[in-house]
Design a protein around this ligand. Sequence first.
Ligand code: G3I
Length: 315
Amino acid sequence: WPALRGLMPSNVRIGTAVNGQALATNARYRAVLTSDFNAVTAENAMKWGQLQPTRDTYVWRASDDLVAFAQENGLAMYGHTLVWHHSVPPWVSESWSAEELRELLKQYITTVVSRYRGKIWAWDVVNEVLDEDGSLRDTIWLRKLGPDYIADAFRWAHAADPDARLFINDYGAEGRTGKADGLLRLIRKLRATGVPIHGVGFQGHLQWDKQPVDVAGNLQRFADLGIPVAITELDVRIQLPMTPEKLARQAMLYEHMLAACLAVSTCESFTLWGFTDASSWIPHNYPGYGAACLFDTDIRPKLAHSALVRALREG
Ligand code: G3I
């Protein structure tokens, strides 16, 4: 089949999240990964809980391996993610003082970003910091450090690698939602105070029968602030059983999201949250759903893949 990476406009990367287990054990997975994509995100290997299982131990192996794999194969590496309430290691305690927690977060960000300085094209600095209504999400960081933890995280990351592009990333903000409005307000505020923020990532965890409202127009209003955008975690889950009709709807949604990215001149990348149904996170987290990726469980391209190929060829 025609490789996606050969068809993308040269200024837009085509990426995928990488499952460490599949990368290590499946040659076909590695072959398709390197032929179809030119950027990778660690699905889990760069999360805080994985990197620092105890206060005194960093475990770099999985993350180092992926960075090395990316470099050997000419793939851009997208770092995911520095601050995410869901991946705070269990040994971090909210009973610690604000000063101690602030220092800990600063140390962590500085350590990780410095280690990979020059090897990561962009970092998700903060992930999912907003609630559905667009207000700041109630997390340990907001409760203990106040809203400035976001600006601080960007500043610390920037100091550790001034050349890395720094993203804010969230889900449910692809279309015109209350969260998208809140994200726009937050970015305006951060930019107005000189915070080094260089991009907005829209995750795009979609469901086959729900199309987000006006994705292209929504992305454009972020781009209009002078801040590049990216699709960072696209998948389109299907309610099982899978039918030809559902696969066709899924293909349309993939194509719709690609068209929205390409319609915005500063959309920097189009990244999938895994490319094969063989290792997707969906069945574990959405019982009754699956088949969310471009390739099936045997890593053969599905209708959605050919839809993207056609869309790219027709320009
Ligand atoms: O590492 C253990 C393994 O030792 C154990 O055998 C296994 C048993 O279930 O669990 C393994 O850890 C799991 C890990 O995935 C690796 O498979 C965690 O329990 C599980 O919570 C974790 O889920 C990941 C989730 O983020 C939470 O970190 C998903 O794979 C990953 O796809 C998902 O990705 C997130 C993005 O980071 C942020 N945006 C949303 C997206 C989907 O939730």
